[in-house]
Design a protein around this ligand. Sequence first.
Ligand SMILES: Nc1ncnc2c1ncn2[C@@H]1O[C@H](COP(=O)(O)OP(=O)(O)OP(=O)(O)O)[C@@H](O)[C@H]1O
Ligand SMILES: [Mg+2]
Length: 170
Amino acid sequence: MVMQNNTNDTTHADLIHLRGVPFGATSEVARKSSYNLSKLESLAYNIARKLQEGKIKSIGLNGPLGAGKTTFVQLLARALGYKGSVTSPTFTLSNEYQCPQNILVHFDLYRVNKSDRDVLEMIKESLLSERWVVLEWSDRMMSINKKLDLILNFRHGKSADERIIEEQNG
Ligand SMILES: Nc1ncnc2c1ncn2[C@@H]1O[C@H](COP(=O)(O)OP(=O)(O)OP(=O)(O)O)[C@@H](O)[C@H]1O
Ligand SMILES: [Mg+2]
């Protein structure tokens, strides 16, 4: 077998080929980039636009503790025009943020029992509704994770304010 080298600027590590329809218009890749908080805000605005235009409806956020998942939801809600405060649901399964155009439902699956059928049903119901849905730790429930339109995989970067985020269509 002949191995080919990439000839453009993008390294092999930045391009992960995926099955299915790609997120974004260009090619079948998961895009991976470095983000400081201001770049993360721009990403939140771009993704907010996709929600508002109806191109996507559900987003999973994965990655270790402190990787920036809740921070992203805060920026996303603000980008969608929500003026209130955004914290991860702790005593309830989900929080709802009434944005001018639609409701954003925020789940955090970190503490839920993965095999709780009621929880699973509630999430599925949200995904079937008209509301926008964002789930932290969506990969704890694989049956849910694979139903999502977009998944952002976060990891820590080299410096305290850097995160590496891979965008992947579900
Ligand atoms: N580039 C960045 N992206 C996201 N968060 C950043 C970045 N730089 C610094 N931070 C900080 O890192 C922290 C991320 O915490 P956050 O609660 O968003 O993580 P999390 O992934 O939701 O964690 P958990 O799994 O515990 O809920 C925040 O204090 C945030 O300000
Ligand atoms: Mg969080």
